[in-house]
Design a protein around this ligand. Structure first.
Ligand code: 1HE
Length: 265
């Protein structure tokens, strides 16, 4: 991959590029891709140094599971202050995803639990293979979520469900996850990456400014009072439509050079 930092990835991460798509593979299968400090620092660096040639990112996991969450061996000797810094390092890493102008698609399979679920929550599109299952086993381990699940997961599946998962250790499967709003796509075993790449290519073919508007304006609008949200929408809409790329695309449609919207069912 044409990446400024490409020589310096830790062994637990594999980075590649397929056209405009950057692919990040969690690559620590012997430990079920559990996230240690090298991996979280690598994730932060990966997302904060993406080359401009990248139009979308796909993240997936090697082996039988997407991610077993926090590497539990890293918390045994920490005091409260170190644990705060540790949690903040996860927040910092995931903030680099929130700052992106290109979307992240996560392919989930097998265990997607604890910090692995938190990582997945930060993606913009989640594709679950049928083997995927979700859990927050923090309560059983005597700890609490620290990678943003308390804020992000309730927005996807509702506060009551998240509290139930945390208190009782309840798990949800891939099919339930689609119904509940956790993932947007379901894939057959081994087919998640192919689906993610094809969706990523479609996204990367959009106008860059349109994708920016979806990723950056939509969350701001969602967090605003209606009147402020509608005003932000008008501003973003005007900026997007005045871009040269938009003008060319609109002309192409009006001159019958662009495909129509079709529905294949
Ligand atoms: C690990 C971890 C880990 C596996 N930290 N080493 N997450 C959890 O509480 C989930 C803990 N893991 C599991 O429940 C299971 O490992 C799995 C369901 C994910 C996979 O089961 P399986 O049978 O395929 O693998 P395994 O035999 O349990 O694990 C293989 C090895 O990975 C084994 O090490 P080995 O040296 O004996 O070979 C496991 O100890 C190791 N391993 N998961 C460390 N998580 C920012 S705060 C976030 C807080 C959290 O994420 S809490 C939730 C932590």
């Amino acid at each position: 991959m044409d990446h400024p930092d490409s020589s310096a990835w830790p062994d637990c991460l594999h980075v590649s590029q397929d056209g405009a798509i950057a692919i990040l593979r969690l690559s620590r299968p012997a430990k079920r891709n559990a996230i240690d400090s090298a991996m979280i620092a690598g994730i932060e660096r990966f997302f904060s140094t993406l080359p401009r040639s990248v139009g979308a990112v796909v993240i997936h996991g090697e082996g039988e599971h997407f991610c077993a969450g926090l590497d539990l061996s890293s918390l045994t000797e920490t005091d409260a202050y170190e644990a705060i810094l540790h949690s903040r390092s996860w927040h910092r890493a995931f903030a680099t995803i929130a700052a992106l102008d290109v979307p992240v698609l996560a392919v989930l399979h097998g265990a997607t639990v604890g910090g692995g679920l938190e990582l997945a929550c930060n993606a913009h599109i989640r594709i679950a293979e049928r083997s995927a299952f979700y859990a927050l086993p923090e309560g059983q381990r005597g700890i609490f979520v620290g990678g943003g699940a308390s804020v992000r997961l309730p927005k996807l599946i509702g506060l009551a469900r998240v509290m139930d998962m945390m208190l009782t250790g309840r798990t949800y499967g891939a099919e339930e996850g689609v119904t509940l709003g956790f993932s947007q796509y379901l894939a057959e075993p081994g087919e998640g990456l192919t689906l993610a790449l094809s969706l990523a290519r479609k996204i990367a073919a959009n106008a860059r400014l349109s994708n920016f508007a979806v990723l950056q304006a939509m969350p701001q609008i969602a967090a605003s009072p209606d009147a402020a949200g509608l005003f932000t929408e008008s501003l973003m809409s005007a900026i997007a439509s005045s871009d040269e790329d938009a003008k060319q695309r609109l002309r192409a449609f009006l001159e019958k050079r662009a495909p129509k919207v079709t529905h294949t069912g």
